[in-house]
Ligand binder design. Structure first.
Ligand SMILES: Cc1cc2nc3c(=O)[nH]c(=O)nc-3n(C[C@H](O)[C@H](O)[C@H](O)COP(=O)(O)O)c2cc1C
Ligand code: SF4
Ligand code: SF4
Length: 265
């Protein structure tokens, strides 16, 4: 069902996002730029930089994140938990993904925000170049990004016109969310981190410290070489930002090292 809520330029908009390797960041930027080009006052905030959240100052919030394991990262759920209860503010959300989310997070997020008092406007998913397993050829990557950016503009136009919906597929949403949540819970175990967390090729690492300063959960220390700790959220940013291509993982082979063009960390 469409929201039928039309947005007006006097409504303040804040778009919060998390992005591991830049796909969500460039879509979030496009969404904010499009709102601003239509006379709205929209602000972009990276949730990694958020200490306090004052939703009261914004009539509409947007939340963007990458799909990971058919859900999203614990850092996003921590952020959601910090949001205070509101009284009828509007919310929209979007994710970026390489293949499919299987719609689990869409339903769960709607419930979380509705329980906090938000009126939900619309949810959109953007298929972007995957940042794990396979490296798409450059032209396919570019095609996906261009399409994503065009769809981000359409998303904003439809939001403004009240022409979007946010579906919650009964049972499927809950089952998928629970499955992926269980998947992420096991990442906290030491054995899991030992097997799957990122590995540093010490012959390539020159201890520049970039990975450490960019890791969203401060999970890397650099002394003589970079050392990855046991709290990895598998966002793959360190893999993409390392100038020596010294970091890789089981799902991020040495040939991949993805970072969205134009993204800034
Ligand atoms: C650990 C991990 C798990 C992922 N799981 C999924 C998934 O379940 N479904 C999917 O379509 N894409 C998945 N992806 C791909 C990302 O969702 C996709 O590349 C996304 O656009 C990355 O956004 P970012 O660059 O903002 O981090 C996964 C990526 C990573 C690193
Ligand atoms: S960014 Fe790469 S080279 Fe620099 S400290 Fe990290 S692993 Fe080593
Ligand atoms: S260690 Fe790398 S993959 Fe793990 S959370 Fe930090 S930046 Fe992300």
């Amino acid at each position: 069902m469409k929201s039928k809520v039309k947005l007006a330029p006097d409504q303040k908009i804040i778009v919060y996002y998390f992005s591991g390797t830049g796909n969500t960041q460039i879509i979030a930027k496009k969404i904010v730029e499009t709102f601003n080009s239509k006379g709205f006052t929209a602000t972009l905030i990276n949730i990694e930089n958020v200490t306090t959240i004052s939703i009261g100052n914004s009539d509409v919030i947007g939340i963007g994140f990458p799909i990971a394991g058919f859900s999203t990262y614990p850092i996003v759920f921590d952020f959601l938990q910090k949001i205070d209860t509101v009284h009828g503010n509007y919310a929209f959300a979007f994710d970026t993904m390489g293949g499919t989310s299987l719609w689990g997070i869409m339903g769960k997020l709607k419930t979380i925000l509705a329980n906090k008092g938000f009126r939900t406007l619309g949810f959109e998913e953007f298929k972007m170049p995957p940042n794990l397993f396979v490296k798409f050829p450059e032209n396919s990557r570019r095609t996906r990004v261009e399409k994503g950016l065009r769809r981000a503009e359409d998303f904003v136009n439809n939001l403004i016109a009240g022409d979007l919906s946010w579906n919650r597929i009964p049972i499927v949403s809950e089952v998928m969310y629970r499955l992926s949540h269980a998947l992420f819970s096991i990442t906290e175990y030491k054995w899991h981190q030992k097997i799957l967390k990122m590995k540093v090729d010490t012959t390539k690492c020159n201890a520049c410290g970039i990975c450490s300063s960019k890791c969203p959960v401060k999970n890397i220390i650099v002394q003589e070489k970079a050392v990855i700790g046991d709290h990895c959220q598998y966002c793959f940013r360190c893999v993409g930002v390392c100038p020596s291509k010294a970091i890789s993982g089981i799902a991020s082979p040495r040939s991949l090292h993805y970072l969205a063009e134009g993204a800034q960390f």
